[in-house]
Write a protein that binds this ligand. Sequence first.
Ligand code: DAK
Length: 261
Amino acid sequence: MYNYQNLLVSIEAKIATVTVNRPKVLNALNKDTLLEIKAAFTTLATDPSVKVIILTGSGEKAFVAGADIAFMQPLNAIEGYEFGRLGQEAFMAIEACPKPVIAAINGFALGGGQEICMACDLRIAADNAKFGQPEINLGIIPGFAGTQRLTRLVGKTAAKYIIYTGEMFGAEEAYRLGLLNKVVPLANLMAEANAVAQKIAGKGAVSLKIAKSAIDIGIETDFNTGSIHEAELFGLCFATADQKEGMQAFLEKRKAEFIDR
Ligand code: DAK
């Protein structure tokens, strides 16, 4: 089911790990890799054996060093448009996936690499991680919705500085800007990402799914509409066995056993 050329997918204890596996080019994203990311996340979205997904890169040097420049260089305008749309669709498959997605950032996350980690729900970086939107140095701008996602995550002031200068910045600066949830030593990265994934996998799948929807839809709308959407989703929780169990467990002073329904 998960047999790809440029991606490795493993599943253990309800946690899927998706690894972009092109270490010779620092896991740069070409058309085939984007097609595989889109296919993998579309399948993972409905795979009942998976509750949480970790996205990482192969090797210790790079998470994803961006879109594949050698692939892009000869493209004409139509091909460039199609490549950009494909990238946006692949990243949307991550963002629209109803399960929490954690980026475990193990090195360079540049251009499309920073953009793909911004499409994830949470970001945990190794202390060697390097971020940046260097597209301006190539005569282009971020094209996988980076101008939109970066601005929403760090605000206009920081986003414009990062995009106008193309400067690289380290994990501590990314953390300070609010781009990251945690920074850990490289040797601990996957253990930490797995620990967070396990903690989340112990919650109810329905409340996780609708919390993601409440946040992601709410941020794209006005406060009042977002609050109404939240109230409707809040009400929906009361149709689940997990809400009954969660509250019963509290009253009985025991740990809740969620069944994801
Ligand atoms: N693409 C292709 N190959 C890459 C690559 C990339 N993004 N990044 C690295 N590589 C390759 C290098 O060419 C090199 O290959 P060989 O020479 O060994 O064959 C190998 O990976 C190792 O890289 P280096 O030798 O350069 O390693 P260093 O440690 O010296 O430097 C570096 C690491 C990450 C600083 C450097 O490789 C670098 O600056 N890479 C490029 C980073 C970059 O500019 N990334 C942004 C790419 S632009 C679009 C939508 C979105 C986008 C485009 C279009 N549309 C709407 C159409 C997105 C654009 C981007 O992401």
